[in-house]
Each structure stands twice: as C-alpha cells, then as structure tokens.
Design a protein around this ligand. Structure first.
Ligand SMILES: NC(=O)c1ccc[n+]([C@@H]2O[C@H](COP(=O)([O-])OP(=O)(O)OC[C@H]3O[C@@H](n4cnc5c(N)ncnc54)[C@H](OP(=O)(O)O)[C@@H]3O)[C@@H](O)[C@H]2O)c1
Length: 267
C-alpha cells in the first residue's frame, strides 16, 4: 500500500524500533501517532519528526492494561480518525530462566506484547476493515527458537506469533494486510531497558549481524509498501527455523552452547 497521506499508529514509539519506524513512516508522508508511557521521550521524537517536516502527535498510554488500550483506541478514532496502518511494536521483558522469573513478571510479558496487540487490534479492526490498511506485528526470532534463559519472553513471543498468523488468515482478502515482522538482535535501548538480557544471548549469536533500529524500520516500510505478509531479518534465521523444524535436537544443542545456569542449579 502507499504510505503517503495515511494515518499510522505506532506503539512503543518512544524508543528503538518503534521510534525509528515512526520517523521512517513520517518521512514517507504518513501522519504518525506515537504511543508509549514516557511522555517526554514521545514528545522529543515527535518534535524531531515535525522539525524534519513530518506530521506527528503523541498519545501516552500504558498498553499492559486492557482498559487503557480501549481508551487509547477510542481517543485515536475520536481525535484523529481510523488508522490505516497499525504497528504493534511495544514490548518489554527481561530474559530470565523460569526459576528466576517472578510470576507477575511472566504475566506482564504476556500483557505486552501479546494482549496489547490483541486488544488494540480488536478495538480498531471493525473500523479499519471498512477501508483496508496494514497491520504489522513486530516480533523476535524467539517466536520460533527457544534458548535457555529467556523462557517467559519466548512464550510471550510465541503467543504474538500465533496471533499474527491467525489474524493474517482471518483477514485474507479483507483489504487489510497483516505482516509478521521477525527480527534478530537489534541495537536498541531494549538491552538497557531489560537489564541482564544481553548476557542470555546464545553464544552462536556472536556469529550473526546485529541490526540497527533504522534497518528494522526500513524493513517495515518495505513490507507495507509491497504488501508482504512475512519477513525475517537477518535472513539466516529462516534457515535456523527450517533446521529447527526438521532437526530440533541440533538447534537445541547449538542454542545451548555457553549456557551455565544448569550447572549452577545442580551445585
Ligand atoms: N531489540 C531487539 O533486539 C529486538 C529484536 C526483535 C524484536 N524486538 C521487539 O521489538 C519491539 C521493540 O523493541 P525495541 O528494541 O525497540 O525496545 P525498546 O527500545 O526498549 O522499546 C520498547 C518500546 O515499548 C514501549 N513500552 C514498553 N512497555 C510499555 C507499556 N507497558 N505500554 C506502552 N508502551 C510500552 C517503550 O516505551 P515506554 O517505556 O516509554 O513505555 C518503548 O517505546 C519489542 O516488542 C521487542 O521485544 C526487539
């Protein structure tokens, strides 16, 4: 679909992939609505977009609460109209082993990204389907690969992946294209926002490129323009997914390399 002149709602737009995507969409001519909890960070991003000649507004919302998501959707439709483009990107969660994860933190990881994406899409979908558009669900390679030390995160990513695939199937032919955008490591502030997570990256990840938020944003722009339903970057992860489907013991062994936690538990 064409981006110029469209209304785009981006969650998690105060930082990283979401902020970069808001800038890229605005540069392509969309009116962007930036959503997150941090009012000041959102305002700073919006001011940069406006200074560059773009059109941006900010909406502060904690998407981990269903009521806030519903209120956000109503406010957006009242004040700005029905979005043509929805980017379900907001997400958080420390990479921890099961025994290290407080149960309420595991629930929060399900609240965001999965329930936030579900609730926001649910609230906007009836009006969006009236004229078509694009929904992009931003996910991690943890949707298809599990490694030790990030289990609740991977489970939440699997939920988002199942949601994205099911929604795409339901909306086929409706005029709304649903994209599942899957990324490996991105050099965003995610790693500062979720301390300790970088120590849980599988050793094999050192052999793979790290993406920038701008690269992820450009990828998202291209999938929208080209109506693509699935994208995986870096591409090498497609091979890992295939290998994992055929020979899960081999990928399991590769992803286990360098993992020490089991030894500590035994001691
Ligand atoms: N970084 C990576 O390597 C990587 C790789 C693949 C996929 N991803 C996924 O891509 C998405 C964006 O990640 P990122 O790397 O850009 O991380 P980030 O820089 O930490 O950005 C996360 C965004 O989500 C927002 N957010 C967090 N909790 C929220 C809440 N309760 N309500 C509303 N907004 C909330 C944050 O804003 P506030 O704190 O202001 O609310 C921020 O704007 C996440 O879903 C992440 O899991 C990341």
């Amino acid at each position: 679909m064409q981006i110029s002149g469209k209304l785009a709602l981006i969650t998690g737009a105060s930082s990283g992939i979401g902020a970069a995507t808001a800038h890229a969409l605005a540069k392509a001519g969309a009116h962007v609505l930036l959503v997150a909890r941090s009012a000041e960070k959102l305002q700073a991003e919006a001011e940069r977009i406006i200074a560059a000649g773009g059109h941006a507004n900010t909406l502060v919302a904690d998407l981990s609460h269903a009521d806030s998501v519903r209120a956000l959707a109503e406010r957006v439709m009242d004040e700005f109209g029905v979005p043509d483009i929805l980017i379900n990107n907001a997400g958080a969660g420390r990479w921890l082993a099961v025994d290290e994860t407080p149960p309420d933190e595991a629930e929060k990881m399900m609240a965001l990204p999965y329930f936030a994406a579900f609730n926001l899409t649910h609230a906007l979908l009836p009006r969006m389907t009236e004229r078509g558009g694009a929904i992009v669900n931003v996910n991690s390679v943890a949707v298809g690969l599990s490694w030790p030390g990030a289990t609740a995160y991977a489970a939440a990513r699997a939920a988002l992946g199942a949601f994205s695939r099911g929604l795409a199937a339901e909306l086929q032919g409706s005029g709304i294209v649903v994209t599942h955008a899957i990324f490996g490591k991105v050099s965003s502030a995610y790693w500062q926002h979720n301390p300790g997570s970088d120590t849980r990256l599988p050793r094999i990840n050192k052999q793979l490129p790290t993406l920038t938020p701008e690269y992820a944003a450009d990828t998202i722009i291209r999938v929208i323009v080209n109506n693509r339903r699935n994208i995986v970057r870096p591409r090498i992860f497609k091979l890992f997914f295939l290998l994992n489907a055929l020979f899960p013991d081999i990928t399991g062994a590769l992803l286990h390399l360098g993992w020490k936690r089991a030894d500590r538990l035994k001691a």
